[in-house]
Design a protein around this ligand. Structure first.
Ligand code: G3P
Length: 212
């Protein structure tokens, strides 16, 4: 599985989210691999008819009601999301909130990917029973050196300690990065800049799919 996190880059916002979603969808069809996109909440509906699975970038553990500025599971679902990232390094939550957010995702039938910054966190958050834990060393996010190149031993440790399937991410750009992650026991990768900031996002996704 390749999860493309659109983050809040200008290259993946508004109308550009439309065309990026189309390119990812085309790569999904051509490769036959499970490519998932995670656009910003206001752009979720843009991906609706793109024949690609769509995830939210964040979810709040709130019930319908007076919670201005929060992201409700029911709203994510209604906007076409089938899952969500939780506790991304750029949107960290306290452990108790992570647990409650996973519960909300489960209740709504949303697949949950909980991000973790270390093998210790992978173990701890996997005990809350998300669908996946994604190990991303924060210092490598957005950089040119991939997690599989720089920290293979930590990926291995994270795979061992996590009680649920593991994804990894940070600096992932090539099919070799993906291949190495899979060899170390991951079920897929989370990627952002390698696809969003590429001049040819379609080819960037196709390249990553080759490593699966
Ligand atoms: O969620 C994916 C992300 O944090 C990794 O970002 O730019 O290093 O691929 P990037």
């Amino acid at each position: 599985m390749i999860v493309v996190n659109f983050k809040t880059y200008s290259e993946s916002t508004g109308e550009k989210a439309d065309s990026l979603a189309e390119k990812c969808s085309k790569a999904r069809k051509e490769s036959g691999e499970n490519v998932i996109i995670a656009p910003q909440s206001p752009d979720l509906l843009r991906a609706k008819d793109k024949e690609i699975e769509v995830f939210g970038q964040h979810l709040d553990p709130v019930n319908p009601g007076s919670h201005t500025g929060h992201s409700l599971a029911k709203a994510l679902k209604a906007a076409g999301a089938s899952g969500t990232l939780i506790n991304h390094s750029e949107r960290r939550l306290k452990p108790e909130k992570i647990r409650k957010t996973i519960e909300k995702a489960n209740e709504a039938g949303l697949t949950s990917i909980v991000c973790a910054q270390s093998p210790e966190e992978c173990e701890k958050f996997s005990e809350f029973d998300p669908d996946y834990v994604a190990f991303e060393p924060p210092e490598l996010i957005g950089g040119d050196v991939s997690v599989s190149e720089a920290k293979p031993e930590l990926i291995e440790e994270a795979v061992e300690r996590s009680k649920v399937d593991l994804l990894t991410g940070a600096g992932v750009k090539t099919s070799q990065d993906v291949e190495k992650s899979m060899e170390l026991g991951c079920k897929g990768v989370l990627v952002a800049s390698g696809v969003v900031k590429s001049e040819d996002s379609y080819s960037a996704v196709m390249e990553l799919c080759e490593g699966l």
